[in-house]
Design a protein around this ligand. Structure first.
Ligand code: ATP
Length: 256
């Protein structure tokens, strides 16, 4: 019997989706999407602007009540969502933002530990407007992870950050995921970000995944390494465009 929402094969799957459809008026944005994500697996989702990435993430997050059919067969109830903007409550302190809705006194300890993990030890009593954009995103990550989610959904979480801060956030997210092992679905425009972080990279086009690429590195993921360049070339060609502002290296121009 097919599993129902919230009923997942233990120890195997975090996400189980078959035939997910979403239409807006006469436009079909998701056209029978299929996806499995294993527990602890990190999946990145690329696609042109308007291809439906956020629509897909919102459907998984349970933020879209109008998703048609029974496509979402299994998604853990214990999931967290991180958006491009940190969405902190400005009238609550950093620790209050992190622990909001968590019961009891241990919440304070858990919140403090989570803040220490994201490098914000000592900033518990600061107000959100006293933090930089990168620091606010760290708080958003702490707020998500303190709930020990089985699934972390992230919609361009680093899209508004400068390049250097973004690289630091990649290291942080990699470290946090290695420690907490949530399944992750990361929506991004950044091909290098996807290759740097994910176990698999999907490309969404015309309502379906046209690519499901397993990223496999024997050692560190070095942006300059030949394997990284091969993954980048493949994904850029599946996207059908060069990512704005990014120059395709000569070696790839030859191979495309
Ligand atoms: N509530 C809505 N009503 C009508 N159309 C919508 C709605 N939400 C999204 N759309 C349309 O669905 C399509 C997919 O939007 P979505 O935001 O999922 O794309 P995306 O891939 O995340 O884009 P981007 O990369 O630019 O953020 C777009 O054409 C958008 O205009």
């Amino acid at each position: 019997m097919a599993p129902h929402p919230g009923q997942l094969k233990p120890g195997i799957q975090a996400v189980h989706i078959r035939g997910l459809v979403r239409r807006f008026g006469t436009k079909t944005i998701l056209d029978g999407v299929e996806l499995d994500i294993a527990e602890g697996e990190f999946v990145a989702l690329l696609g042109k602007s308007g291809s439906g990435k956020s629509t897909f993430l919102r459907a998984l997050a349970g933020l879209d009540r109008e998703v048609e059919g029974t496509g979402i067969l299994g998604v853990p109830e214990n999931l967290s969502v991180v958006f491009q903007d940190a969405r902190l409550l400005p009238w609550r302190s950093v620790i209050q933002n992190v622990t909001l809705g968590l019961p009891g006194t241990p919440a304070q300890d858990r919140g403090k530990r989570a803040l220490a993990e994201v490098g914000l030890k000592g900033r518990e009593d600061a107000w959100p407007n006293q933090l930089s954009g990168g620091e606010q995103q760290r708080v958003a990550l702490a707020r998500s992870l303190v709930r020990e989610p089985a699934l972390l959904l992230a919609d361009e979480p680093f899209g508004a950050l400068d390049a250097l801060t973004r690289l630091k956030m990649h290291d942080l997210l990699r470290e946090l995921c290695a420690r907490h092992r949530p399944a992750v679905l990361l929506v991004t425009h950044d091909v290098d970000e996807a290759i740097s972080l994910a176990d698999r990279v999907l490309v969404l086009e015309e309502g379906r995944f046209i690519e499901d690429l397993r990223i496999d590195f024997p050692t560190r993921r070095d942006h300059g390494d030949a394997r990284f360049a091969q993954y980048r070339a493949r994904l850029l060609s599946r996207l059908g465009v060069d990512v704005p502002g990014r120059k395709v290296p000569k070696v790839l121009e030859a191979s495309q």
